[in-house]
Design a protein around this ligand. Structure first.
Ligand SMILES: Nc1nc2c(c(=O)[nH]1)N(C=O)[C@@H](CNc1ccc(C(=O)N[C@@H](CCC(=O)O)C(=O)O)cc1)CN2
Ligand SMILES: Nc1nc2c(ncn2[C@@H]2O[C@H](COP(=O)(O)OP(=O)(O)OP(=O)(O)O)[C@@H](O)[C@H]2O)c(=O)[nH]1
Ligand SMILES: [Mg+2]
Length: 441
């Protein structure tokens, strides 16, 4: 485990932009006690808010505010930690930070440094730190729920559970080597660990199967709006966004770049991409735009293929490279009375007709693709890639012909999984070896 004993004490404004009703200044590190006594008088009892006058070194009053002290190591950072709850004025906060940083061993914190210390002091692992970052960035309900679960240790518990099983399997294999002639350890250790390893591989596969859901929850459900020039793609994007994001004109070929808009649909982030109209072209720039449109359609979770209602229904051949496709007939105000087959929606951005049904359908697809936000799924490409690597290494390890080789191959799997949580150590292995077998006697 990384030990991050710090001699420097860090201070920062931990609450939001000033001015604000209240501002919270946090102080973490060995000088947190002295900082409180220097600015606010005797150290209050731990975890009790007390109202104090806060003064600088010259005795000039900065504010009257609440003071809290938390004694390390059972704190969020793992160090002595103090909080000053001030009035949220710029001059108040800047005077307070000046007074704090003029104390010996106290400096301003860098971005993410409290969380970094929490990690270095073993309070949280990397997945919890990532969850915390996502929690601060969460905008939709699904992002919020996923981040809260991850910050609370959902991924950590899963990955540490796998690591524990691997370490136990290694301990069993290694014990069979070191103490092969003793009676209390099974002869055929590779057979003994085989069911555990099979179960682990299945668990990793199941976890990977949820990777796309996790990334949709975190990064958003991607919808590409495509179709021939002038069918009303940009008009639809503007109607969805409820503002003039993209240029609309009756000149075919108006849009060239991909234009993105994010919406919160039923608690899920949905990212719409308006694209260049698809057609044969000799214009080099337009051709680049059409290439980008195709790429957007290929990486989308849902493709809205737009066709005007006042033109005849164009038969669309299914394109396997694209995501699931929903045909949307546009400009239905120009074709009153036209009926469409089931599975086709009609909209008008002029009258707004059909927009509600279209949004409902997109929200339904997004919910279906995202699944349960509280489910334990890989949230980032980092998780997916490491688990996939570990699974490949595990498959190799399972084929190892002898206990010695298998133990070594499993060490590579644990090392790889250790990148997920950021904590891997031989201590774990030693603990298991010594506690699970009556070796020392
Ligand atoms: N004012 C304030 N509000 C805040 C925080 C904070 O640091 N300050 N938090 C900042 O993240 C969050 C609350 N999270 C916290 C998580 C753990 C502990 C803590 O001290 N845990 C110890 C002791 C638990 C106990 O004794 O009840 C532990 O886990 O060992 C404190 C806050 C959100 N709200
Ligand atoms: N009557 C009617 N006209 C519409 C509707 N939607 C779009 N239009 C018109 O159709 C023309 C083309 O609209 P755009 O949204 O620019 O079409 P586009 O598909 O983005 O076109 P490109 O960017 O050139 O591929 C414009 O003149 C719009 O005003 C609609 O629902 N009803
Ligand atoms: Mg356009």
């Amino acid at each position: 485990m990384t030990t991050g004993f710090q001699t420097e004490t860090i201070v920062a404004l931990s609450s939001g932009a000033l001015p604000a009703g209240i501002a919270v200044v946090r102080i973490s590190g060995p000088a947190a006690r002295e900082a409180i006594t220097a600015l606010a008088g005797p150290l209050p009892p731990p975890r009790r808010a007390v109202l104090r006058r806060i003064r600088d070194a010259a005795g000039t009053e900065i504010d009257r505010g609440l003071v809290l002290f938390f004694e390390g190591p059972a704190t969020v950072t793992g160090e002595d930690l103090a909080e000053l709850h001030l009035h949220g004025g710029r001059a108040v906060v800047s005077a307070c930070l000046d007074a704090l940083t003029s104390l010996p061993g106290v400096r301003l914190a860098e971005a993410g440094e409290y969380t970094r210390r929490a990690f270095e002091n073993g309070r949280i692992d990397l997945t919890e730190a990532e969850g915390l970052a996502d929690l601060l960035a969460a905008e939709t309900e699904a992002q919020h729920r996923q981040a809260l679960a991850q910050a609370g240790g959902s991924l950590r518990a899963l990955y540490e559970g796998w690591m524990r099983q691997l370490v136990e399997a290694r301990a069993m294999l290694e014990a069979s080597l070191d103490f092969a002639d003793e009676g209390d350890v099974g002869e055929d250790a590779t057979d003994a660990v085989a069911p555990t390893l099979a179960g682990l591989a299945a668990a990793m596969e199941a976890h990977l199967a949820g990777a796309h859901r996790g990334e949709i929850l975190r990064d958003g459900f991607r919808v590409a709006i495509i179709g021939a020039p002038n069918v009303g793609k940009s008009s639809l994007l503007n109607a969805l966004a409820d503002r003039d994001v993209a240029i609309v004109s009756d000149i075919p070929g108006t849009t060239r770049d991909v234009i993105e808009v994010s919406l919160d649909l039923a608690g899920i982030r949905v990212r719409f991409a308006d694209t260049a109209g698809l057609r044969e072209t000799t214009d080099a720039i337009e051709a680049i735009g059409i290439g980008r449109a195709e790429a957007a359609a290929e990486s989308a979770d849902l493709v809205l293929l737009l066709q005007p209602a006042d033109a005849g229904m164009i038969h669309v051949k299914p394109d396997e490279r694209r995501g699931a496709t929903l045909v949307v007939r546009t400009k239905i105000d120009l074709a009153p009375g036209v009926r469409f087959g089931s599975g086709t929606l009609g909209v008008s951005t002029v009258t707004g007709e059909g927009m509600g049904a279209l949004l409902d359908e997109i929200a339904r697809s997004a919910r279906e693709a995202a699944g349960d936000p509280a489910g334990v799924v890989p949230a980032r490409a980092r998780h997916r890639e490491i688990v996939a690597d570990a699974l490949r290494l595990l498959a190799e390890a399972r084929m190892a012909p002898a206990a010695e080789l298998q133990a070594e191959a499993l060490r590579q799997v644990t090392d790889r999984l250790g990148l997920l949580t950021g904590r891997v150590g031989v201590e774990d292995l030693l603990d298991v070896i010594f506690s699970a077998f009556c070796i020392g006697k």
